[in-house]
Design a protein around this ligand. Structure first.
Ligand code: GLU
Length: 487
């Protein structure tokens, strides 16, 4: 392979906040591409229709740019291998699935959810592995057609050969052979006409000319299925490279239950993007001279995967604070002032320059104002960001910081799942829904929520305040409050 042929990608699913793990994998893809004169591509994997949103896609791209990653091709910048959003490539997956069916490498399945449930139940009772039993694999074409004609929803499954095995080569690991008998007849096309991750990733990596798939270790178990699909299509697979997972300090896989994981959190708290990127560069990797402070350009210049270590790197916030401090102290006073203005002060001032926002606050404040000057003292929490939390106030009497963080995480998840508007009555309903899920008494629950949202123990009516603050700010504050309890 010539150097020009290096093409790598990240493929985030737009189903939530921009994740540090995406930036981490993105950084190593970018460094590898740049070090080898290759191209770095972003593809949006929005095949989960229920969970994918445009808001999440926009936020992911914005945060990746904030941290300093630049891509050569992607949904926002275009490129010769587009579209780069899987929901816009459905016809491509349909053609490829038809080809597999015609060649006998895939088949339509019309099993009802009820039949599949009963099958799984039986398998569990018989202590057998839970997997598709191949019912439709042996059905005649006439049977399948008749079922579809009757309105039965159909999926397409991969026909896994009963014998033999698939050798998984990973550039960082010894080859392992997975017996085909261990692999389920995976769904390739769902009944809504959308592909599954497996089909879409393989078809796109091939059509987009991806030479190396550099992704997180958690996808390694999908690799045999992907290799089988390459085989069925008669394509040469890319080089597979699975990066170690980031870990919490207790070595468990990084999760928001223990660590803030959204890039927006780090931006809001005032971490410098180049410091966060430097920190991610130290996760399982080192410079040849072991120096810990380096720029992206220096990383690219020295980059090879030879110094990657697979032991799970710990996402240690104290280390990040140390690195961020190094970068902050290197800035000239003018540069520091500019960063403050840009990253911390400006967003706050901008909020107040929106007359509609100020007007929405008035009904909540008017009764309580003595002078105009009271406005800032009373209302600063409407626009201050980030809030300074007093952990003692966040934790209600008789509760522990840990369980408070857990409760706030669940509350935040309920609000994130809320699809309606951010009107106070709806927000109240969301909380009423949550109350049924928790053993917490209402008083404690509403107190910790109030402190998380306003930074104070007393405020105007909570849900009306939340309605004015808006979805983004409320979710951000919940995240900040949870992080304050985890520190
Ligand atoms: N959509 C997957 C994700 O969310 C992509 C995994 C891969 O890189 O193949 O990370």
């Amino acid at each position: 392979m010539t150097q020009q042929d290096v093409r790598v990608r990240i493929a985030p699913s737009p189903t939530g906040a921009p994740h540090v793990g995406t930036a981490y994998i993105g950084l190593f893809n970018l460094a590898f591409a740049r070090a080898n004169g290759g191209k770095f591509v972003i593809r949006i994997e929005d095949t989960d229709r229920a969970r994918s949103t445009q808001r999440s896609e926009d936020a992911i791209l914005r945060s990746l740019r904030w941290i300093g990653l630049e891509w050569d091709e992607g949904p926002d910048v275009g490129g010769p291998h587009g579209p780069y959003r899987q929901s816009e490539r459905l016809h491509i997956y349909h053609e490829h699935v038809d080809q597999l069916i015609a060649e006998g490498a895939a088949y339509r399945c019309v099993c009802t959810p009820e039949r599949l449930d009963a099958m799984r139940q039986q398998q569990r009772e018989a202590k057998q592995p839970v997997r598709y039993d191949g019912h439709c694999r042996n059905a005649s074409e006439a049977e399948i057609k008749a079922a579809i004609a009757q309105g039965q929803p159909a999926v397409v499954r991969m026909k896994v050969p009963p014998d033999g095995g698939t050798v998984v080569h990973d550039a960082f690991r010894d080859p392992i052979t997975i017996e085909n008998s261990q692999i389920d007849d995976q769904i390739l096309l769902k009944s809504d006409g959308y592909p599954t991750y497996h089909l879409a990733a393989v078809v796109d990596d091939h059509l987009m000319g991806i030479s190396h798939v550099i992704r997180a270790e958690e996808w390694i178990s999908s690799t045999p299925k992907h290799l089988m699909l390459y085989e069925a299509f008669g394509w040469t697979p890319p080089v597979m490279m699975h990066m170690p997972l980031l870990r919490n300090t207790d070595k468990s896989k990084i999760s928001k239950r223990k660590n803030p994981v959204s890039l927006e959190y780090y931006e809001r708290q005032g971490y410098l993007p180049e410091a966060l990127l430097n920190f991610l560069g130290l996760m399982g990797w080192s410079m040849p001279d072991e120096r810990e402070i380096f720029t992206l350009d220096e990383m690219i210049e020295a980059f090879t995967f030879d110094r990657l270590s697979l032991g799970g790197p710990v996402f240690d916030l104290q280390k990040l604070d140390w690195i961020n401090g190094m970068y902050l102290r290197q800035l000239t006073p003018e540069a520091l002032a500019e960063r403050l203005q840009h990253q911390i002060i400006q967003p706050k001032v901008q909020r107040l320059s929106d007359p509609e926002f100020v007007q929405q606050m008035i009904p909540l404040l008017q009764e309580r104002l003595h002078t105009l000057g009271d406005f800032h003292t009373m209302a600063s929490y409407f626009y201050d960001t980030p809030l300074a939390y007093d952990a003692n106030q966040l934790v209600p009497k008789g509760k522990k910081p840990r369980e408070t963080a857990k409760t706030l995480t669940e509350v935040s998840e309920h609000f994130q799942r809320h699809e309606g508007t951010w009107a106070d009555a709806e927000l109240e309903d969301v909380m009423r829904g949550y109350v049924e899920h928790t053993k917490w008494d209402n008083r404690s629950l509403f107190m910790t929520l109030r402190v998380a949202i306003t930074g104070r123990t007393a405020s105007p009516p909570l849900f009306a305040t939340m309605a004015v603050l808006g979805r983004e700010t409320c979710l951000a504050r919940l995240e900040d409050a949870i992080a304050a309890l985890q520190r």
